[in-house]
Design a protein around this ligand. Structure first.
Ligand SMILES: NC(=O)c1ccc[n+]([C@@H]2O[C@H](COP(=O)([O-])OP(=O)(O)OC[C@H]3O[C@@H](n4cnc5c(N)ncnc54)[C@H](OP(=O)(O)O)[C@@H]3O)[C@@H](O)[C@H]2O)c1
Length: 255
């Protein structure tokens, strides 16, 4: 077991029933971490737990149903996991949806659902995580943002990108506040990584990587407790500069 795994022994992951959350759970278990996993689909969580416990019998895995849009449930579930393990050493705010529509084209419901799930619910999860970390005076706070947070994005991405920029800023504000204290903050900016969310984009972009490869880069950045990381670094660390600074006519030609 690595020193870092001992230091951040128990990892709470939201949105752990599928995609990046489920694969992070598998990879953190393989590195010796115990897991507190939640999402709405408990059948998927139960089967993930069975797989992880079969592969790593020494690991402890607890699962709970959580709809992150139910504010009270967020605090109850985080508190119950803390009671299970005694301490929660790392929280990964990962639950999210990729819905959205161009503003003013009649799909307010999809944009609202995206804003509530990706930003307001991320705020609730941040509050619940920070209550635990402040009480412990220790912890690693991890926000899963997106490369789309680098710049305001057009059309169906507009609301999603804004929520991901907002979530990143929540975490950055915490890092500023907590500088020099024993609570660390990491913001992860994934590029295209295969998952349920971007099934529709599969085969449409050469930049998509497998779930396993993409999540390996995420887990590596999280274990190193980087302040922030574009993942996989190639090509996304380079593309982040272009996304932030290219003039709009140039961007329009590219995407
Ligand atoms: N894949 C990518 O290329 C990519 C790129 C950039 C950022 N991201 C971000 O990475 C995170 C994970 O995305 P993914 O690609 O793994 O998507 P995914 O395969 O669709 O998985 C999303 C996860 O979030 C959970 N979730 C959604 N709404 C929820 C709710 N109301 N309450 C609780 N859990 C909820 C889902 O669980 P239930 O449905 O069981 O509740 C599921 O476990 C998201 O925040 C996403 O924005 C992904």
């Amino acid at each position: 077991m690595t020193t870092m795994a001992t230091k951040r022994q128990t990892v709470l992951i939201t949105g752990a029933s599928a995609g990046l959350g489920a694969e992070m759970a598998r990879q953190f278990a393989a590195k010796g971490h115990d897991l507190a996993l939640c999402a709405r689909r408990t059948t998927k969580l139960a089967s993930l737990k069975a797989d992880i416990c079969a592969a790593h019998p020494a690991r402890r895995v607890e699962i709970r149903a959580l709809d992150v849009n139910d504010d009270d449930q967020v605090f109850e579930v985080f508190g119950a996991f803390k009671a299970d393990f005694g301490s929660i050493d790392r929280v990964i705010i990962n639950a999210g949806i990729g819905k959205g529509a161009p503003l003013g084209k009649g799909d307010w419901a999809a944009n609202r659902e995206t804003a509530m799930t990706n930003f307001v619910a991320a705020l609730a999860q941040s509050e619940a995580a920070m209550e635990i970390f402040r009480e412990q005076n220790a912890g690693h706070f991890v926000m899963i943002s997106s490369m789309s947070a680098m710049r305001g994005m057009p059309k169906a991405m507009t609301t999603y990108a804004a929520t991901k920029a907002g979530a990143a800023h929540l975490a950055e504000g915490l890092r500023y506040e907590l500088h020099g204290k024993p609570i660390k903050v990491t913001v992860v900016y994934p590029g295209y990584i295969a998952s349920e969310m971007n099934d529709g984009a599969a085969g449409k972009t050469p930049l998509m990587v497998s779930t396993e490869k993409g999540v390996r880069a995420m887990v590596d950045a999280i274990e190193k407790e980087k302040d922030s990381a574009c993942v996989p670094a190639l090509p996304w660390a380079l593309l982040s500069k272009l996304m932030k600074h290219a003039p709009i006519p140039v961007l329009k030609k590219l995407m």
